[in-house]
Design a protein around this ligand. Sequence first.
Ligand SMILES: Cc1ncc(COP(=O)(O)O)c(C=O)c1O
Length: 452
Amino acid sequence: MKTPSHLKLAALDRKHVWHPFTQMREWVRSDPTVIVSGKGANVVDARGRSYLDANSSIWTNLHGHRHPRLTRAIQRQLQRIAHSSYLGLANEPASLLAEKLVRVAPKSLKKVFYSDDGSTALEVALKMAFQSSKSKKSFVTLEHGYHGDTVGAMSLGGMGVFHKAYQPLMFRTRKVMAPYCYRCPYNRAKPERADARTYRRCNWECVSLAEKALTKGCAGAVIEPLIQGAAGMIAHPHGYLKQFAALCRGQGVPLIADEVMTGFGRTGTMFACEQEKVSPDFLCLAKGLTGGYLPLAATLTSRKIFDSFLGEYAELKTFFHGHSYTGNQLGCAAALANLEIFEKERTLQTVLARSLELGVMLQEFWKLPHVGDVRQVGLIAGIELVKNWKTREPYRWKDRVGVRVCEEAKKLGVLTRPIGNVLVIMPPYCITTGQLEKIVNVLQRSIQKICR
Ligand SMILES: Cc1ncc(COP(=O)(O)O)c(C=O)c1O
């Protein structure tokens, strides 16, 4: 089939489409980039321009576009069936996948509930935690956390800017300060980056606050392990996750680990929880679950939580939740291929190698006067742009500095999306050293041009 021209596709988009997280007044005046294909770490637009996918298509893609194993698995599944209901029926790839997920996940997790995306994975966890809790008290959540855009997931989150308009719809949670060492009141480090002492102090304060909030009877506590993504790629000090989990354990509060972003190797281990030997009560997975090819999510939980739902039909202890596409065969086939790639291609070793290289390359950013902080966990990096690096004065939201830097980078062939004034580097694992260098180089040049 011949691809319609860029002009035609862009015009149709402007005329009919409403994009996520987008001010549409600006959008309809713009000339959108229309992606038509991809290969490895590159995507290509309808004008034939190629870009490096430096944020893995919003943190989803793991092994690159059109990976043969993933493509084959989806095609093979299509030859059999694309989808059948999961209500009252089981299916082949969903059963196989559940067994594999339980095998690779932390040992506390024995049961898999499927849904469609990160937000629904969190909705499932919070409803399960609430229904199984005896006291039905509130949840403990972290400031600036992001868990998705459905009403329940928004309530668990702490993204004032995004969710302010919906406040009356949301339920209240106990919000606890999360460690953000760069902007921590105890950060007196010179130069103005956080040092080891700041990290320890910030960690100590945040753990103490969590301790006060986490009391017996809380329905659950939610955390993005090791690094808060949409908050601005905020890496937590080493040990925070472990201490937070220990506090939950001590009070009998179920721990919900949101690994929608960090799952499947992003932080260097299969799951971020592993790095601090944490075995949560719920593990929420989406994004990379299918290698970034199809929408599928999974909420894993313990046998204890599962058992608390068992009863007679008339007791109404059933978990009354499900979606039309629960356990979708195509998604599950892709997820099986994703896990197979990890095994066959030693993906975690590649992630470690690329992360080390990225770590070295990132040092260059410190030399730029408008870079306040550079944070990295595995193959996730956040570069925080500031107006004044000595005072850490942020740019104003309306200056759109992050957006303008990314627009400049796009002209130079690198696609990424900022979080406010934090630039994100989160490439697919198939990225080469040369491609990584290009991303870093282009972002540096773009910062110099826009922030000068
Ligand atoms: C940690 C985390 N949880 C949940 C979500 C929501 O996922 P989705 O956009 O697939 O609903 C996101 C999305 O960025 C996320 O980063």
